[in-house]
Ligand binder design. Structure first.
Ligand code: G6P
Length: 596
């Protein structure tokens, strides 16, 4: 939710910041802005709309300087507009700020400042930071940032410049990500690595309430008591290419196609020290969005393999407020691509406060959840840029399968042979996913005929139902077609009343033992006028003008979601592509939801 970048160096900051913002646009894209320390003071260009609109404005204005900050916004407080865009300035134009996060006490701070005669220009919570810093400024930007940050409640990643200190950029964060990059030609701050990867792969990860003071020549770190300290410089191993589209029409398609590779890498790398599962009597899995759907899939796997007395899956936004029954005999698994989702972070902290042991499955190295959880397993998906997740989801499934197998073995529910057999089955997944990706023509053609549907339902039973949830979410996220997922057996309890001529029911059937049950559900909707797309690992069924089918490779039932989801991702992608939509940046969404 919002991306920020800053640069202090020897080059022109403008193209560096604009190119960086392009890599951060996935975090928010309703407006963007840039502030440069020019010869006469701050030069600011802010523009509602996509970054391209800002670029157009910059072309028309002679913006140049070697210190600057930029922002791409996902609106929370105040509608998307030029004036609400960042950077925000104090009313004396002496402080410039970019902010990612939410300032919860902004109203009180704003009222205090207004009582002192300060006039606000925007409706945002963020402007209060610039106004407050300007109000506090007493000749030392570091002191001012400490004082300002101490007054803020909520979450923030901040880049701050001050008129009187023309070579310095100060950054601080709390509950939102911020990295500091270093290079021979200048130093950077950014919300995420791809923004600066073209210039450097050497980064520091800022922790909460750590302050970085950045100039062209050096980076220094201070705590909130102004005590200096050293940090470990980390080297990023991603290539620049991994954050580029590489000839694909969209990042989403590129990321779908990368799945055989990243699934394989995750299988090979998910080798970690695990908590001893035998000390727990309850397992809770919690996450948001697609990561939650990965959790729902895994519940079936954990239940079948581990037979623990209590296994729950909870939306993190619900878990955090429900006074959950967890204690030191509970293992709480958190799943998050970004490691920064506000609700998942809150769920983790709630679980820890109650004494539970936490294990996170995270893609972004060094993110808040990865750092704070008691145990962390990284997925090896690499940078995921498209807002709708695909490859990160697939790698989450792999880690969850492997965890379930390891836990089952530890609980003596699986023999060494049984464990080896299941792991060998997982090892076949990259090849089978590649097989699906080699024959996308049918899906592409079928999807091109689906753009006119008003409603598309997804049904399945057991683990097929779990993956139906993800198929439905993917479709609505990027195609804007109304969609819901139902357990096949639930159809007759209400949903079937929505089935009519212009309805498509995507039916998933990879559980052989339930095949006849779900097929009779398919018959029931066909006889009420619907069309069915059957995604199944059987060829027992004949295609008709009402029923089309996509055959999946054979795999153990528990791992079949890894195959069916690829078809569902491609289906959603091609429906949205045929509608000509902005697939990588769907309306109203953001990749990393760092606010509640
Ligand atoms: C957003 C994204 C989803 C993602 C969810 C959870 O809604 O659009 O693709 O599944 O956040 O994000 P996380 O980073 O915690 O996996």
């Amino acid at each position: 939710m919002c991306g920020i970048i800053g640069y202090a160096g020897s080059g022109n900051a403008v193209p560096i910041i604009v190119e960086g913002l392009k890599k951060l646009e996935y975090r928010g894209y309703d407006s963007a802005g840039i502030a440069i320390r020019g010869a006469a003071g701050f030069e600011v260009v802010k523009q509602k709309g996509r970054l391209a609109a800002l670029e157009g404005r910059i072309k028309d204005s002679p913006l140049k300087g070697s210190l600057g900050i930029g922002h791409t916004r996902w609106a929370t407080h105040g509608e998307p507009s030029d004036v609400n865009s960042h950077p925000h300035l104090g009313s004396g134009s002496r402080i410039a700020v970019v902010h990612n996060g939410i300032i919860e006490n902004y109203k009180q701070l704003k009222e205090r400042l207004e009582r002192r005669g300060i006039v606000f220009a925007s409706q945002t919570d963020s402007e209060v930071i610039a106004q407050l810093a300007e109000y506090y400024y007493d000749g030392n930007l570091l002191d001012t940032v400490i004082k300002t940050a101490n007054a803020l409640e909520g979450s923030y990643a901040l880049g701050i410049m001050c008129l009187e200190e023309p070579d310095t950029l100060v950054a601080v964060k709390k509950d939102n990500p911020l990295i500091v990059g270093v290079s021979d030609t200048g130093n950077f701050i950014a919300s995420d690595i791809p923004a600066i990867l073209e210039h450097t792969n050497k980064v520091y990860y800022l922790n909460d309430k750590e302050i970085a003071v950045i100039t062209e020549k050096d980076v220094r770190f201070f705590n909130m008591d102004k005590e200096p300290f050293g940090k470990e410089l980390e080297t990023i191993t991603w290539s620049v290419d991994s954050a580029e589209k590489g000839g694909f029409a969209h990042f989403m398609l590129k990321e779908i196609m990368e799945q055989p590779k990243v699934v394989k890498e995750t299988i090979n790398s998910a080798n970690i020290e695990l908590p001893d599962i035998s000390q727990f009597n309850k397992l809770v899995i919690t996450a948001c969005g697609s990561a939650y759907n990965a959790g729902v899939v895994s519940k079936y796997v954990f239940e079948r393999l581990c037979r623990l007395p209590s296994i729950e899956v909870e939306l993190a936004s619900e878990f955090r407020y429900k006074d959950a029954v967890v204690d030191d005999k509970t293992l709480v698994i958190l799943i998050s691509q970004s490691g920064e989702t506000a609700d998942t972070i809150a769920a983790m902290r709630e679980a820890k406060n109650k004494g539970a042991v936490t294990l996170s499955i995270v893609n972004v190295v060094g993110s808040t959840i990865a750092k704070e959880a008691d145990h962390t397993i990284y997925t090896a998906a690499g940078p995921e840029i498209a807002v709708a997740t695909t490859k990160a989801f697939s790698t989450q499934l792999i880690v969850l399968y492997m965890l379930a197998i390891k836990f089952a073995a530890r609980l003596n529910r699986l023999s060494p042979e049984g464990e080896a057999e299941l792991l060998a089955e997982i090892a076949t997944l990259p090849g089978k996913i590649a097989e699906i990706l080699e024959s996308v023509d049918f899906i592409q053609k079928y999807a091109s005929e689906c753009v006119g549907y008003k409603s598309i339902f997804f049904i399945g039973r057991n683990i097929d139902y779990a993956i139906a949830l993800e198929g439905s979410l993917k479709l609505k996220e990027i195609s804007y077609i109304h969609s819901e997922a139902y357990a096949g057996g639930e159809l007759k309890h209400g949903t079937i009343s929505l089935v009519e001529e212009n309805t498509l029911v995507v039916t998933i059937s990879c559980c052989k033992r339930l095949h006849s049950k779900i097929l009779s559900n398919a018959e029931q909707v066909i006889s009420r006028g619907a069309k069915v797309l059957l995604v199944a690992n059987t060829n027992e069924v004949e295609s008709t003008d009402k029923l089309s089918q996509i055959r999946l490779p054979e795999i153990h039932e528990l791992f079949s979601p890894s195959l069916s989801v690829v078809v569902l991702q491609l289906f959603s992608y091609y429906v949205a592509a045929n509608k000509g939509l902005d697939i990588d940046k769907p309306r109203n969404l953001a990749k990393s939801v760092t606010v509640e």
